[in-house]
Write a protein that binds this ligand. Structure first.
Ligand code: HEM
Length: 451
């Protein structure tokens, strides 16, 4: 194995300036670093080696590395999600992944597709011709309703559903803490009003989910949701124990967290991009009007007939990938091309950076769904696009996300055109997912007379 030769990058160990810049404008910093230093960029902060990896081949190798890479998780996320799929590691993670995977098979997602469409209908019925909506809130409300319904069969309009949604938002609302990682654990231990609200929210989430588990176990209740699937899973490899209550709680909260703001972010930016590109919007309208005769709601059987809708969503997640960076910590020394990465380093793979690389996407800021024709896809390296990650930790909800994203987009675009309220400033806030920093207000215009 070769000796430690460091890739190019800003050469400073006490990088207060770099640290501040990273906090102020992480996306701009990463883009500039990739452009200046190339496929692998090294940054040392104190004793810690950080590598930003921008080459699709290296990204693939890191994501599929069978052993030796650990997901790097934030302490507040670990606290919320326990040992769910996002936060667990090693053999524990592999066993859980085997157990949970069947819940995300095509037939199951198709069954959940009805709930997705029904939620699209409810969202549409709330909008008024000429009314103004905050798009992020609307998308978030719709995707929260879908995740709560499909995971635990609860309506978000019911009191339990509403409180679940509020408690989850309070707990996950620690997001500002993510910007000061080393203070995070300390702040969560102090009796601040915010910390107390988080504790209360977490208590409600736990009590509600444990009560649901107990009720189902005691009464043998079966519902068409993830919770019922998790209660009956058994490992085909001879392990008959299934999942304990705490493990089920962790997985349910993991799905709430991973499967809601992500799709909401993708849809929010899609409306923004559509409003700036009338020619794309017109092509989308032509497709959905042709497929959804008489303005009916789409179902999963329509998905193969909505290829352009999917291409619009794919291109939107290229420009604004909901998950904009993946972090790994190598537990063993790792050979990255000609460089030996010492064990304990941090490897960063940024969807935002690679998706804006002109080598794979000429004129990368241009919104052009036709990049996603089969020929376009075949012309690029696979990991030049990885909104859902890859390898053994690839997003388990990818099929679910495409189904929900395309169904909601098709249904709403068939009925509504969204026009930005003039004079808004649009900046990106890279928190857990990418969000419009100052919100995104749009006027809803009914496309086919009053809705
Ligand atoms: C547009 C929507 C979504 C995007 C962009 C997205 C993106 C991602 C990415 C990039 C990862 C891998 C992170 C890593 O390797 O460190 C991931 C993992 C995960 N996602 Fe998603 N996701 C989406 C929707 C969903 C949905 C709908 C669910 C569940 C209902 C879900 C559940 C998960 C889980 C459980 C993991 C962890 C998988 C594991 O480590 O085994 N995601 N997601």
């Amino acid at each position: 194995m070769s000796s430690l030769s460091l890739p190019p990058g800003p050469k400073t160990k006490f990088a207060a300036g770099v640290f501040l810049e990273l906090r102020r404008d992480p996306l701009g910093f990463l883009l500039r670093a990739a452009r200046q230093y190339g496929d692998v960029c090294h940054l040392q902060l104190g004793p810690r080696h950080n590598y930003l990896v921008n080459n699709p081949e290296d990204i693939k190798n890191i994501l599929v590395a069978p052993q030796g890479m650990a997901r790097s998780n934030h302490p507040s996320i670990k606290r919320l999600l326990g040992k769910g799929l996002i936060t667990s590691q090693g053999e524990f993670h592999r066993r859980h992944r085997r157990l949970v995977q069947p819940a995300f098979h095509k037939a199951q997602i198709a069954a959940w597709g009805r709930e997705m469409s029904a939620e699209g209908e409810r969202t549409s019925s709330r909008w008024k011709d000429g009314g103004v909506i905050e798009v992020g809130e609307e998308m978030s409300r719709a995707t929260l309703a879908v995740i709560v319904k499909t995971m635990v069969s609860t309506d978000i309009e019911d009191s339990t559903g509403r409180r679940l949604g509020e408690a989850w938002s309070t707990v996950i609302g620690t997001s500002h803490l993510h910007k000061i990682p080393f203070l995070d654990e300390l702040l969560l231990k102090l009796p601040l009003p915010r910390t107390r609200r988080i504790e209360k929210g977490l208590r409600y989430l736990n009590e509600t989910i444990y009560a649901m588990i107990a009720e189902r176990r005691n009464r043998g209740l079966e519902k068409p949701d993830l919770l019922s699937i998790l209660l009956r899973v058994r490992d085909a490899e001879g392990d008959a124990a299934g999942l304990a209550d705490e493990e089920i709680r962790d997985e349910i909260l993991t799905m709430f967290t991973a499967g809601h703001e992500t799709i909401s972010s993708a849809l929010t930016w899609t409306w923004h991009l559509l409003s700036l590109h009338p020619e794309v919007e017109a092509a989308l309208h032509a497709e959905v009007d042709g497929v959804l005769e008489g303005g009916r709601a789409p179902g999963v059987d329509d998905l193969p007939r909505l290829p352009y809708t999917r291409m619009v969503l794919a291109e939107s997640m290229r420009i604004y990938p909901p998950v904009w960076i993946i972090a790994r910590r190598n537990v063993e020394d790792y050979q990255l091309g000609e460089h030996l990465v010492p064990a304990g380093s941090f490897l960063y793979l940024s969807q935002y950076v690679v998706h804006h690389d002109a080598r794979y996407y000429p004129d990368p800021d241009r919104f052009d769904p036709t990049r996603w024709t089969p020929e376009g896809i075949a012309s690029r390296p696979k990991y030049s696009y990885f909104p859902f990650g890859g390898g053994g930790r690839q997003c388990i909800g990818e099929g679910y996300a495409w189904t929900e994203g395309v169904l909601l987009l098709a249904l709403l675009a068939q009925r509504w055109r969204l026009e930005p309220v003039p004079g808004q400033r649009i900046d990106i806030d890279p928190v857990i997912t990418l969000r419009p920093k100052h919100g995104l207000r749009m006027t809803t215009h009914a496309r086919h007379g009053a809705n």
